[in-house]
Design a protein around this ligand. Structure first.
Ligand code: BDR
Ligand code: CA
Length: 319
């Protein structure tokens, strides 16, 4: 069993990833922590609570950072996820589920300390909550089983960023946090655009989910209409599978090819938010990567296998 903390900014693809985690018989979801990103922190926390209420997810939901470590949160990308973060579907005005009283980073620390060596963190938003947890309690580094991040773009096969030519959204939203999180010596894998843009879910796939995966499948269909339209306007005829790719790595790392090496994040200048790995087998004169821990990045993916895993997991859980 994977004991998972899901750090998230729901978000259409975040919601799809949360349902994937909830549907997996190998996952025990022990905490959900929210961050600003695809919406304000009020919006993303409301959405996480709504998802938990609607789909009977019992894990505590703790509200996290409203802004990056330095500077202010940019305007949410409502053109990607809709103004309400869930593709502008109708949402109830009242939600009975309430947030955990602890801030997100403290819930992370307490859960990690309560289950030493067991907790796996899947982080699919800005890295701010993780950085705050590290700053408050650096000792958690030795207690976490692994961290799987959806974030970054490493130029594998020429893949660029999606906010600027250099930067992917989750990292661009708080590059300092990402540099601190990738500078920590915990087992960490970054699943970036290099692989998440290779895996797409076309309309017939989403329609099949709607027909075969009960209320969850119909919900995914509904929230993905706006998201699909955003992709279509950009000339992409199917949706990218960002956050669920991090979940798939947790469940079946064999679906991915990876490369090891130290990671740095550019925190100022025109390449703000760029992620750069120094592959482990390369030699240079002294660099800013020296002395940093080596981590994995995703370089290849079995897209068909990933889609199959997603579909069968949801069908089995929700049909
Ligand atoms: C990432 O940014 C967000 O819009 C998505 O939820 C995903 O986590 C992709 O760049
Ligand atoms: Ca996300």
């Amino acid at each position: 069993m994977h004991k998972v903390i899901f750090d998230t900014d729901p978000g259409v693809d975040d919601a799809m990833a949360l349902l994937f985690l909830h549907a997996s018989p190998e996952v025990e979801l022990i905490g959900i922590t929210t961050t600003f990103g695809n919406g304000s922190i009020e919006t993303t926390t409301r959405n996480a609570l709504y998802l938990c209420e609607r789909f009977g997810i019992a894990a505590p939901v703790a509200r996290g950072a409203a802004a990056p470590l330095v500077g202010e949160a940019g305007a949410p990308p409502s053109f990607v996820h809709g103004g309400n973060g869930l593709g502008d579907i109708a949402l109830p005005s009242e939600i009975a589920r309430t947030p955990d009283p602890r801030p997100a980073h403290r819930l992370i620390i307490e859960l990690v300390r309560a289950h030493p060596g067991e907790v796996e963190i899947v982080a699919v938003g800005r890295m701010t909550n993780l950085a705050l947890a590290l700053r408050e309690n650096p000792g958690i580094v030795g207690l976490v089983k692994q961290v799987v991040i959806m974030g970054g773009a490493f130029g594998i096969n020429g893949v660029l960023g999606n906010v600027t030519p250099a930067a992917e959204a989750n990292i661009w939203g708080d590059p300092l946090a990402a540099d601190e999180v990738t500078g920590a010596s915990w087992p960490l894998t970054m699943i970036g655009l290099d692989v998440t843009q290779k895996t797409r879910m076309p309309t017939p796939f989403l329609r099949a989910l709607a027909n075969e995966a009960g209320d969850a499948g119909r919900f995914i269909w509904d929230i993905s209409r706006f998201y699909e339209d955003f992709h279509l306007k950009g000339g992409v005829d199917s949706i990218y599978v960002h956050d669920s790719s991090a979940v798939a790595y947790l469940l079946d790392p064999q679906l991915f090819e990876t490369r090891r090496g130290a990671i740095r994040v550019v925190t100022e200048g025109i390449a703000f938010g760029q992620t750069i790995q120094k592959p482990a087998d390369t030699g240079f004169p002294p660099t800013a990567w020296d002395g940093r821990p080596e981590h994995l990045i995703g370089t290849g993916v079995d897209a068909e296998g990933l889609r199959r895993l997603y579909r069968s997991t949801l069908q089995n859980a929700y049909r």
